[in-house]
Design a binder for this molecule. Structure first.
Ligand code: ZN
Length: 330
């Protein structure tokens, strides 16, 4: 780690210090330009130079999306869909409601495009259900775990988000993932759109590994920097979000990260076939900027209508907006 003008210069997680090719991306909140370097050895992208961990607080406003609860009616609708996905594909037979038991083959066909959409879109380990979430936000995902019978705990640096989680009955440690007191005997360590924010992801993975039961799992969801959306929208793609997103993961790059951390059976799946969040945000930013606004607006609408098709195609082609990694301790 080297310092320059109050910023840190970091090497790649694979140990490579090569500068690699360079990409510029704009902070969507403060509009400053930041530099990502693409590792020629392992394909990971890294923000470099980057602010130190102690300076990060100023880059997270209290209304940063993960710190705010969705409107109750949206949350209820989304929760029902996610629960149906979980019960249809991943729950044990005893957990399925009567409706899902009766119509399961039909639901399995109808919900197929959303199969990866649930927080719980993975086979639960045959262990006591005990999860720790790093960067739990307002606790929305932990609520889903709790509704599926998990004992839940977690940490979150934002005071606003910790208070929102407390209102849901979920008590979180208020601290960075790197500083959390992780309980022993976990069957799952979970990070949803958090792993790309960490200054020291290898240290957090090591803590997770040390506190997992044998055959416990880590589940991580991150933006996919090798996605079609990333290629199409370039520096406007919301997966960058500098300086909050410090690491840019690709399927190949993140597989190597987990293997180096000592995990076995590392599987990478592509999620969010509808791609609504990324694509819509990318289009919004693109149409609102620069010259030719009217033309850009018309093109953005046209492209917006291709969302569904593009999302399905990218996920089927292994280039979805997000990737989920499920990795097992040896
Ligand atoms: Zn590398």
């Amino acid at each position: 780690m080297r310092e320059s003008a109050g910023l840190e210069v970091a090497d790649c997680l694979c140990g490579n210090a090569d500068e690699g090719t360079v990409k510029q991306a704009l902070d969507p909140i403060e509009r400053g330009s930041w530099t990502y370097r693409c590792c020629p050895a392992c394909s990971l992208e890294r923000l470099s130079p980057r602010p130190s961990i102690s300076a990060m607080g100023r880059y997270y406003p209290d209304d940063y999306t993960p710190f705010t609860d969705p409107a109750p009616h949206q949350a209820r609708r989304a929760d029902r869909v996610k629960r149906a996905v979980y019960e249809t594909y991943f729950a044990t037979p005893a957990e399925r409601s009567a409706g899902v038991r009766r119509f399961r083959p039909l639901l399995a066909a109808l919900l197929l495009p959303l199969r990866q959409h649930s927080v719980l879109s993975f086979d639960p380990p045959a262990l006591p259900r005990r999860v720790f979430e790093f960067g739990a936000g307002t606790g929305a995902d932990l609520l889903e775990f709790r509704n599926a019978g998990w004992e839940v705990s977690g940490c979150e640096p934002s005071a606003v988000a910790v208070a929102a989680a407390a209102a849901h009955g979920i008590t979180l440690q208020q601290c960075n993932a790197e500083d959390a007191e992780v309980p022993a005997g976990l069957s799952c360590a979970y990070m949803n759109n958090v792993f790309e924010h960490l200054h020291d992801p290898m240290a957090v993975l090591a803590r997770a590994h040390a506190n997992l039961l044998p055959s416990g799992i880590v589940v991580v969801v991150v933006p996919n920097h090798a996605s079609w959306a990333a290629r199409i929208f370039g520096s406007q793609w919301p997966g960058y979000d500098p300086p909050r997103h410090i690491w840019g993961y690709t399927p190949r790059g993140i597989q190597g990260v987990f293997e180096r951390a000592g995990f076995k059976e590392v599987t990478v799946s592509h999620k969010y076939p509808l791609s609504t969040y990324c694509w819509a945000n990318g289009l919004g930013a693109w149409r609102a900027e620069g010259r030719g606004k009217a033309l850009r607006g018309r093109m953005a609408r046209l492209l917006g209508r291709s969302l569904l098709l593009g999302g399905f195609a990218s996920t089927s082609a292994g280039a979805g907006d997000y990737i989920r990694v499920v990795a097992r301790k040896a």
